[in-house]
Write a new protein. Sequence first.
Length: 308
Amino acid sequence: MSLYTGKTITLCEVGPRDGLQNEQKILSTDEKVCLIERAVSSGFKVVEVGSFMSPKAVPQMADTDEVFRRLTKAPGVEYRALIANMKGLERAADCGCVKTKLNVSASETHNLKNLNCTPAESVARFAPIVEAAKEKKIEVSGSISMAFGSPWDSEIPVSTVCSIIDAYLAAGVTEISLSDASGQAYPGQVYDICEEMKKRYPEVKFWLHFHNTRGLGIANILAGIEAGFTNFDSAFAGVGGCPFVPGATGNVASEDVVHAMKGCGVHTGIDLDMAIETARRVAEAVGHPTDSSMLRAGRADRILLRKE
Ligand code: ZN
């Protein structure tokens, strides 16, 4: 029996945020609500709905408040959104969003150039936001982009990632996502970093977030599972990209991950056919073919025979 068989993982559908924010075409609020509700009916228990950033900077996410208001929230499902500052937190509170995520880039070069401080110093500045969130009963998680490599540095030392996690913990954030927005992670590296993180930070609830830029998204998820990680992000139809990274594709496609996990005997709780149908609608809505193996080739027949 493979080491994956019988394991259970949780997938977060990040397509509505990480995917659609990088698409040229801006979907209507109704289209977004419909796709999110479909993702939830297919079995997703965590969804990244949008972000509360400046509408000028990210016009695709300008209606996140409205999406939150219109969504019929299913019980037991976590609907989260990205925030960057106090204004974002206030918008979250106003539309009933109770789970937020802050982000910092692990690239010192990028951070020093843009914000004139180290990534850990950036995170320390989040402390008042986390404090204010507590009063509003809003949960705050943190993410670290470029945790596995960046276009601006020859490498991202694990010590840098640890200094950022330490800063998050000091600010009161214990749920942290390690993100590979630049699509540079590879399975051996993922396994080693996950092992290290588990040893150093047993109190942290980790997420892994892989883009499929170099075709290693699913292999990286399997490496994470092998190291004992259970929370992963994916995006319907594999939509998205990364504005800073040339040639970057979106997150690994949700339906491809569900298909691969089904084949490996890993339980996701997500209905594969429904996930494929959602992906088809997403690709239709954005109006171009996306990085989805399921949409291109369909499910492998033998998968039909395997029971969850
Ligand atoms: Zn991403």
